[in-house]
Ligand binder design. Structure first.
Ligand SMILES: [Fe+2]
Length: 445
């Protein structure tokens, strides 16, 4: 049997292959629920290698240690079956992911895509892990390398364009990113990743009113029954935050962002990231932190993926749960000497950032500045998007302001104003720094 992109698959029949294609399309569109669909394919054809592997990839994309046994089960089921060379390469890529060797996995995906550039599953998973590794170049160019081998009539082409749009955005090519994202949406209005890429462009360019209109007008396409909806709601709230509309932000937080009290880490990240932004602005988030602490607490001693640890730390610090904050720091320190890509991400970026958050919570703002300043320029190494990592810069400028480091605030405000002059928050930092500068002549020291 061959899949819709012309590649041989082992152990499938027409029915199970149809279910595999459906699950893959759900994965590409973050539609609920590809695991249920692929389980049906496995029941239909227990010897279907790629179905077992897709199931493993789906759980690995959750970046949670709890899912590793399920990933191993899928990998082992596939490895026990007759396989073709492409499938064996997928098993090797999954082995690297299970071992936490994300850079090695990236190379193995590259090898798969050199020989099979229309392998949509390899591209999808590689793109997600490029995001988790903060590899902007590959977010864009891994897609660019395969694009010549795709055509609009190959199923899933829109998803390739959606990925390319996001990669272009993360590389700062906003015009081409928006154009490509809109083209993906024209081909498939339900492409939530492409929708999200365009939202990122508007976020980065400070097109706040347009951003709100974009989210609002297209809500019926990205919100229903979608795993990624929470993150798109987060982006919507971010636009309102840029307008200082805190009541609306909290309304979105209490509703679609956090109303479900999701225990999915990717949802908890958005929740922490939004509350911390409010916390920096002095907005009282009340019992919301307590609820989030309860959600993060079981992962405090995890040290599985540092981007998660960083967002757990925000909740622990804001709620002054120093026991859990200490537990997280200890887990991260242990993790530095473990194998896997997360060790270096933790050592170089995550641990200093978490120490910076910790100091912020203690009111030691000079310490926060000392921890964050050397790391922020290399912070992409621990994953996430520019919009997500802006939280590091926001924490730094707020800490500098609270520590009365006026020249630093003025410099950072200059940087922020150059990127997004329409932001009232940026203007406040700049105006505050300028007013102090005016009151203090240069030779006053
Ligand atoms: Fe995003």
């Amino acid at each position: 049997m061959q899949d819709l992109r012309g590649y041989a698959v082992s152990g499938a029949d027409a029915a199970s292959l149809g279910l595999f294609e459906k699950a893959l399309a759900q994965f590409q569109g973050y539609v609920i629920d590809p695991v249920a669909t692929i389980d049906k394919a496995i029941i239909q054809s227990p010897g279907f290698v790629m179905a077992h592997l897709l199931r493993a990839y789906l759980v690995l994309a959750g970046t949670e240690a709890a899912y590793l046994p399920m990933a191993r089960d899928g990998r082992n089921a596939a490895a026990a079956l007759p396989t073709n060379p492409r499938e064996r390469r997928h098993i090797a890529a999954i082995d690297a992911l299970i071992a936490g060797e994300y850079d090695l996995a990236s190379e193995r995906f590259e090898d798969i895509l050199l020989d099979a550039p229309r392998d949509a599953l390899a591209l999808q998973v590689a793109h997600i892990f490029d995001f988790f590794r903060g590899d902007a170049r590959n977010l864009r160019d891994r897609v660019a390398r395969v694009l010549p081998e795709w055509r609009p009539d190959v199923p899933g082409y829109h998803a390739v364009l959606g990925m390319y749009a996001f990669g272009l955005e993360e590389c700062g090519q906003y015009g081409r990113a928006e154009e490509t994202g809109r083209e993906a949406i024209r081909l498939n209005s339900g492409d939530v990743w492409a929708h999200h890429a365009v939202a990122h462009v508007m976020e980065m360019q400070g097109r706040i009113d347009e951003g709100i209109a974009w989210m609002s007008a297209r809500e019926s396409h990205w919100a229903p029954d979608n795993f990624f909806a929470g993150h798109n709601w987060w982006h919507w709230a971010l636009f309102h935050l840029d307008r200082d509309e805190y009541a609306r932000v909290l309304e979105l937080y209490d509703g679609p962002i956090r109303g479900s009290r999701s225990k999915v880490v990717l949802d908890m990240i958005d929740a922490s990231a939004m509350l911390w932004r409010l916390h920096l602005r002095g907005v009282d988030c009340g019992a919301r932190w307590g609820e989030l602490v309860e959600a993060w607490a079981p992962l405090a001693s995890d040290g599985f993926y540092v981007f998660n640890d960083f967002h757990a730390m925000m909740a622990f610090v804001a709620a002054e749960r120093w026991d859990l904050a200490d537990e997280t720091l200890s887990a991260m320190i242990r993790r530095i000497s473990s194998p896997g890509s997360n060790a270096a991400m933790t050592r170089d970026v995550g641990l200093p950032l978490c120490r910076g958050l910790y100091a912020f919570g203690r009111g030691e703002y000079d310490e926060t500045v000392n921890w964050l300043r050397p790391v922020r320029a290399i912070a992409s190494r621990f994953g996430g998007s520019h919009a997500q990592r802006d939280l590091i810069d926001l924490t730094l400028i707020e800490a500098a302001q609270r520590d009365r480091q006026n020249t630093l605030v003025r410099a950072l405000a200059g940087e922020r104003m150059a990127l997004k002059p329409v932001s009232p928050l940026n203007r406040r930092y700049r105006d505050g720094a300028l007013s102090i500068s005016r009151a203090m002549p240069l030779n006053a020291a």
